[in-house]
Each structure stands twice: as C-alpha cells, then as structure tokens.
Design a protein around this ligand. Structure first.
Ligand SMILES: [Zn+2]
Length: 266
C-alpha cells in the first residue's frame, strides 16, 4: 500500500504504549514528498538515529527536508527539529502560547526546543481554525493540547488526515473516549472533525485507520501492520520480568503483551 503512494511515506508508525516508567512516546512520523520535501512530526530523541537512517534509505539527508509541520510541541513529536537545518517549521500559534504558559505544568512539552526553534527565525505560526500549509489544508484540532493541528493530504483520490494526537489511536476514533487530554470536550469535537474529513487517518500513536462512511454510520479498521523489535543489550545475565495490564478485550494489546512475554521467557 505505501509503495503505491506518491506523496505520503510513513517513516514511523505510531504505537499506543506506556510502561511503568512512563509513556513510550512512539509517535508517527511522515515524509511528505513533493517538489518540496516535508515532514509531519519528527519523533522523539530515541528515534533520532533510526529517523536519519530511514531518510538515508530513501536517498535523503536531514538537510534535504524543506519544511517540518509540527502537530504540537510534545517531546515525542518535536524532539528532532534541530536536525533539519534547512527547514521552515510550522506550528499553531495556540501551541506557542501553550508552551509559554504551561512549560512547567505540561511535562511532555519540549519547551527548550521550542525556545531554540524560535531563535532560528524559521518558525512560522499558523493562525485560526484552518488554512493551507505548503500546499496542504490544515485544521486546528485542539484538546490534547490547545494548539494541535492535523493536515489533510489528497492522495490517489482519498483524503488522508495526518491527525497527530487529535486522534492518538483507533480506540479513541471508535469510542470518542480520550486519554491524556487537556480539554476533553475539545478532543471529542476534534475527533469528529477528523472523522468527517478522512478516508484514512494516520493517528499520532497507531497504525493507519481506514474510514468508511455510509450515511450516518462510520466504520473503521486498521489497515497496516506494525512490527517492532526489542532487544536487551549483549548477553544481559539477569532475569527480566515483564507484566502486561489493560483491557483484556483489546486484541492488539494481547498481541503485544504476548510478543513481549514470549521474548523474555526463560
Ligand atoms: Zn504524542
């Protein structure tokens, strides 16, 4: 599927995982191909080597990226902006305000990275409810943070909404129940807004979701597979105990838990 697509190239699929040491922060990261090369989100610090590697695998270096659209200023989406020395950056002005107001309260913000981005004079702030950015429509989808945006890419006759954390995963899209939001009502309305515009959603922390609209009904399903590998350094000699938790009706989580448990079984 991805190989047929002209403009959307998913560098990282997102993953909705947490650990007892905090949120994993594995967000989606999307290359937007065109006359100008763009990125929607940049991943977190731990993604940096693999992000560069995946660009290299496509014949690109970070210097080839002309623009970066940031869905919001959380670390798992915005930590790698300094790699892209030739890029123009786009962020919603409400997110800039949020960084300045909540830098000590919203622990996922990378405020210092925002500060250094602001000093480059390459940061452009988007205003209002919607607009165009680098030839793509964007919509303001607040809730998770006040300045979240989503971008719509028209690809092979379908509308792909790069949702960022306005829709973090298929569970949120299906139920409207949202975890980790600063404004639950705004999040619910942003999810509806994304659903109304999308044939496909690339969520902030999940695989691609296909949306089928028929009358008032909206059906959805995950259409891509996600594969992650984890390793323990060297011949690490001590036992590692992994515990799973969460909804037993979540098939996806069962699969993931099974995978991790199997890996560390002695
Ligand atoms: Zn995120």
């Amino acid at each position: 599927m991805k190989s047929d697509m002209k403009s959307i190239d998913i560098l990282f699929d997102g993953f909705p995982g947490k650990t007892s040491r905090g949120f994993l922060g594995w967000s989606s990261c999307i290359l937007l191909r065109g006359e100008r090369m763009g990125l929607f989100d940049t991943g977190s610090f731990a993604d940096r080597p693999e992000l560069v590697e995946r660009l290299h695998a496509r014949g690109l270096t970070p210097a080839d990226i002309d623009y970066v659209i940031l869905s919001h200023m959380h670390f798992d989406h915005a930590a790698n902006v300094s790699l892209f020395t030739n890029a123009t950056f786009y962020l919603h002005e409400e997110e800039a305000k949020h960084v300045n107001l909540s830098r000590l309260d919203d622990y996922a913000l990378c405020a210092e990275i925002y500060d250094s981005l602001e000093r480059t004079n390459k940061l452009q702030l988007l205003q209002g409810a919607e607009g165009m950015v680098e030839g793509h429509p964007w919509i303001h989808t607040p809730g998770h943070t006040p300045g979240c945006i989503s971008v719509i890419v028209h690809e092979s006759g379908a509308n792909w909404v790069l949702a960022g954390d306005a829709v973090k995963n298929i569970y949120e899209a299906q139920t409207g129940e949202v975890w980790m939001t600063l404004n639950d009502a705004a999040s619910k309305s942003s999810i509806q807004q994304v659903l109304s515009k999308a044939d496909f959603i690339i969520p902030g922390h999940d695989r691609v979701i296909q949306i089928e609209h028929s009358g008032a009904q909206t059906a959805m399903k995950a259409v891509t597979d996600v594969e992650f590998q984890i390793q323990v350094s060297g011949n690490y000699p001590y036992p590692i105990h992994l515990k799973g938790s969460g909804s037993t009706e979540s098939h996806f989580e069962e699969e993931v838990r099974g995978f991790f448990m199997g890996l560390f079984k002695d």
